[in-house]
Design a protein around this ligand. Structure first.
Ligand SMILES: [Zn+2]
Length: 131
């Protein structure tokens, strides 16, 4: 796994699939990935629907639900301005998956590792002879 890489920024496909920017709602048929996982009806205006598609979204939502709980994440998202929710979903997915891989440190383990690398590199630079 790419545990030591930086956060999958750029909103690429690291977590939530923001494939379609048009909010799917529960428009054409099936539930969103979150509601599919929770086996419930996807109501119009479902807070998860724009970010969790029915296929991969359900897989990501499984770890989000296991770590944070669906209702907590739903409440959290509804308090965030809509234009910032995608970033929140991406980081929540990232954190949940890190916690699944490393139940003790989660993504903090990755932060510690990176901090140590920064310290190591800055110590190296201190020891380099000044030319
Ligand atoms: Zn839904």
């Amino acid at each position: 796994m790419s545990a030591s890489t930086s956060r999958g920024g750029g909103g690429s496909s690291s977590g939530a699939s923001g494939s379609g920017t048009k909010s799917r709602g529960s428009g054409s048929g099936g539930p969103c990935g979150a509601c599919k996982f929770l086996r419930r009806k996807c109501a119009p205006g479902c807070v998860f629907a724009p970010y969790f598609d029915p296929d991969q979204g359900a897989t990501y939502f499984a770890s989000v639900h296991k770590v944070f709980g669906a209702s907590n994440v739903g409440k959290l998202l509804s308090k965030i301005p809509v234009h910032k929710r995608l970033d929140a979903v991406i980081t929540i997915c990232y954190e949940a998956q890190a916690r699944m891989r490393d139940p003790v440190y989660g993504c903090v383990g990755q932060i510690f590792t990176l901090q140590q690398q920064v310290l190591f590199i800055s110590n190296l630079q201190l020891r380099l002879p000044v030319i």
